[in-house]
Ligand binder design. Sequence first.
Ligand code: MTE
Ligand code: MO
Length: 254
Amino acid sequence: MTDFTRRSIIKALAGTGGLLTLTGCDSLSRTPWFTDILSSGETLSDVAQHAITPRKGMAREFAREDISPQFRQNGSTNPQTSEYRKLAANNFKDYVLKVGGRVKNPMNLDMAAIRALPSRTQITRHDCVEGWSAIGEWTGARLNALLKQVQPLPGARYLVFHCADEYGSSQSRYYESIDMEDAEHPQTLLAYDLNGEALPIGNGAPLRLRVERQLGYKMAKYIMSIEVVDSFDNIGGGNGGFWEDRGYAWYAGI
Ligand SMILES: Nc1nc2c(c(=O)[nH]1)N[C@H]1C(S)=C(S)[C@@H](COP(=O)(O)O)O[C@H]1N2
Ligand SMILES: [Mo]
């Protein structure tokens, strides 16, 4: 692709706030020009997020009437790992979220403990890189409240979310990561309810991330553990997420 084409596409992306209207996470990640644009998007995101839209801002929230009749289920929708099948068979009664890594106070929390954390309910729009959106009402534990309890050690920079599923036929576990700034944001949740009911398996039961100022692929479903780290070097392919290891931007700001 010529520099001119690349620049035009980046300009168009900047105009839409970086949201792509394209199809197929999968096939796109293998297309070199797309990978290229996503890496250029890093720079774009830096500019867009830190100059045009301050990252500290709140994502838009919607009214009850705006909720989509059906919230699409995308990516993995029914994890097949034996670990997950066992948990699902018992309606997640034995589920325990492990929080560790560079923290003073590692914790194991069952769903009752997670539901007892300070919570928030918000109606937001989910934007997938494949070009669809859905509005839903999420309730979950505020990640900043959990961080207060585990107490990240000095030098802790990122939170890595390890998931129960292997995406498609990849035979590698889905994972994602965010920085401390997004982790402390008031709208960042470990969500357990969607539209007033327990999160369906298709949408990430029993626990999924909501990080509202970023694209859908950042919102890890089926979270099994959270690891606080100072770098991604020894995690997965070293790029901070399943799709990042396949060329997507780490900061997927919208
Ligand atoms: N564990 C896990 N999390 C995931 C995915 C996945 O395949 N596995 N897909 C991501 C993508 S690309 C999107 S758009 C959203 C879809 O969330 P939904 O199923 O609630 O619509 O989950 C994200 N989180
Ligand atoms: Mo997505």
